[in-house]
Design a protein around this ligand. Structure first.
Ligand code: DO4
Ligand code: MG
Length: 285
């Protein structure tokens, strides 16, 4: 089952099931749930959502304005989980090459705080290049949706926008390279865990269009990840609690060549099997 947040006719956030070309609203009015995160807290989110479906109000997906599928959760990210990312980081920063080698093969992964909900862009909303940066890329990442008990309840598409020049200048600048307004894309839906294809078969695709032409395209497979989802979750949960649940971007396996940088006006589309495509235009601060 795929769950979305969308804008109701009255202009409020609403929850629905994405069913191909149709959206079926969930009626939360007389339910114990107020938010999508509340449904994800249930022992059986798919059953909870099914019990709220209101097919009498179904709408064509094309008529619906989608929102990022986030409520009050924090957003975290893992880094250097694919060899491509390890190579790209070393290219960026000679000084820190040793750190990236070590983190790729050490038991403890790189985990960093990525965004609060107000820094997240949903489908069709603009993602941003920092005003003080000249070398920027999107990072297409399969994203784990965890409830407050750190149970993996679903998956979404994530875009971990990154300023490579800022990170490359000094690894201590990582929070500035990664965390700023509109630095993270999430959407278009949350596919509940039971509805995902087998993890090893999942492909991730990135297409960047500039003035209607493909400026970059790349593909990777989740099977190429050097770490398991369970491993990342158990490190994230060490001495750390998430009362509203948490999104965890799991790292990028696609990095454009070093002469590529995003430009304002680019259109970035990230597609992940079993979830869908998250498309965002790029703006610069
Ligand atoms: O070490 C910096 C960030 C790495 C990252 O975001 C990734 O590998 O996806
Ligand atoms: Mg990343």
């Amino acid at each position: 089952m795929r769950l979305i947040k969308y804008l109701s006719h009255a202009g409020n956030p609403a929850i629905g099931q994405l069913d191909g070309d149709w959206v079926i609203p969930l009626d939360l009015l007389r339910s114990p749930f107020q938010t999508l995160a509340d449904i994800l807290e249930d022992d059986d989110p798919a059953q909870a959502a099914r019990s709220l479906l209101d097919p009498s109000r179904k709408m064509p997906t094309a008529d619906v304005v989608l929102l990022a599928p986030i409520d009050q959760q924090e957003v975290w990210a893992a880094g250097v989980t694919y060899q491509r990312s390890q190579v790209a980081r070393k290219e960026e920063s000679e000084a820190a090459a040793f750190c990236y080698d070590r983190v790729y093969s050490s038991p403890r992964p790189e985990l960093f705080f990525k965004a609060t909900p107000h820094r997240v862009a949903g489908p069709g909303q603009s993602l941003r290049i920092r005003a003080d940066s000249n070398w920027n890329v999107p990072e297409p990442e399969i994203t784990l949706v965890l409830n407050s008990r750190l149970k993996l309840v679903g998956f979404t598409v994530g875009n971990d926008m990154s300023s490579r020049d800022i990170e490359g200048e000094n690894p201590l600048y990582l929070p500035q390279a990664k965390v700023y307004n509109a630095c993270c894309g999430l959407g278009p839906c949350i596919t509940l865990a039971g509805a995902m294809p087998p993890v090893e078969s999942i492909q991730i695709r990135l297409v960047i269009r500039r003035a209607g032409e493909v400026a970059f395209a790349g593909t990777t497979s989740v099977a190429r990840m050097a770490r398991s989802f369970d491993d990342l979750i158990q490190w994230l949960g060490r001495d750390n609690s998430f009362p509203h649940g948490v999104f965890l971007l799991t790292g990028t396996g696609i990095v454009p060549e070093r002469d590529f940088t995003l430009q304002p006006g680019d259109l970035v589309a990230v597609s992940i099997d079993g979830i869908g495509t998250l498309t965002n235009p790029i703006v610069q601060g």
